[in-house]
Write a protein that binds this ligand. Structure first.
Ligand code: ATP
Ligand code: MG
Length: 284
């Protein structure tokens, strides 16, 4: 064991795999993928926390039809502790609700969040997986959530602009020195076979121009029912019944599980990394 590892306190040894679900372009299905992965992993008896880290237009709880009393912003503001804000969705699956319609939240600052970082480190340690549904693009702190996560899943759709934007996100992560695994999932696929070629083109671009390996975890089909279910706040119930659709999500989750499921190994604390990055940028 090297000296760095010997100096790590037991508080910093953690078993949680923190995965950020991100995208270059908005509206590609990050929220759906985050929830789908969360459900697939929790049905495999992993304890999962979904964090709705969209700081502007969070809506995971709305899509699920789950009433929430507190959200991430209330925690930031000290109105409730993290555990008090977390709601249970179903067995093995919890949600830390995000922030919607609070302009101030899109400009959150380090000084608002000291308490949050400390508490979250303790709360996250209770889970096997923490899946962070981020906002889109690389602004509004999104890239900071990605950089602090152990792994990043980039979601894109079979459109030229979506793939270009996905590549732009990968390039940004690479340039920022991101050292975790980067995966990609192609969502809303209408023709499985030919669209997989598009997914591979993202992998090829990253290899050729960045010398970076991206694993394509799989494709998720377009399902016309989904938008309706989101509108009627029945997404969770629908996903339980949609066997054909969930077959693909489960296969993506299986690929995620087989990759680096090295629970028990040391990883620096997610929130410690995030705090360090934000304080560098915002000046504490
Ligand atoms: N595989 C799919 N089949 C059909 N519709 C889908 C699929 N994935 C997502 N959608 C629909 O596309 C819309 C956008 O999805 P979602 O909200 O998950 O995207 P997002 O990337 O999280 O968006 P934002 O950038 O606004 O956070 C929603 O109406 C959702 O129901
Ligand atoms: Mg979303």
């Amino acid at each position: 064991m090297n000296n760095d590892k010997m100096n790590i306190s037991s508080n910093e040894m953690k078993k949680t795999r923190v995965i950020a679900v991100s995208s270059g372009k908005g509206g590609v299905g990050k929220t759906l993928v985050a929830l789908g992965l969360g459900m697939a992993l929790s049905s495999a008896k992993k304890d999962v926390l979904l964090v709705d880290a969209d700081l502007g237009t969070a809506n995971l709880n709305v899509a699920l039809g789950i009433p929430v009393e507190y959200n991430l912003w209330d925690v930031v503001k000290g109105r409730i502790n993290v555990d008090g804000a977390i709601v249970n969705i179903e067995e093995h699956l919890d949600l830390l609700p995000g922030v919607s319609g609070i302009y101030e939240a899109t400009f959150w600052r380090m000084r608002d969040t000291e308490k949050l970082w400390r508490e979250l480190d303790l709360s996250l340690a209770k889970y096997n997986y923490v899946i962070i549904d981020t906002g889109s693009g690389i602004g509004n702190g999104v890239i900071q959530f990605d950089m602090a996560a152990d792994e990043v899943v980039v979601v894109f759709t079979p459109e030229a602009t979506s793939i270009t934007d996905a590549y732009a996100l990968v390039k940004t992560l690479h340039k920022e020195g991101y050292d975790g695994n980067i995966y990609a999932i192609e969502n809303m696929v209408k023709r499985q076979q030919s669209d997989f070629v598009l997914a591979l083109s993202l992998k090829t671009m990253a290899q050729r121009f960045l010398s970076r390996d991206i694993e394509i975890l799989g494709t998720i089909p377009y399902d016309a029912e989904i938008s309706k279910k989101v509108r009627y706040q029945e997404l969770g119930k629908y996903l339980h019944e949609a066997d054909d659709f969930m077959f693909y999500v489960r296969s993506v989750a299986k690929n995620l599980l087989k990759n680096g499921d090295d629970i028990g190994s040391y990883r620096p604390s997610f929130w410690t990394k995030l705090r360090t990055r934000l304080s560098n940028i915002l000046g504490g």
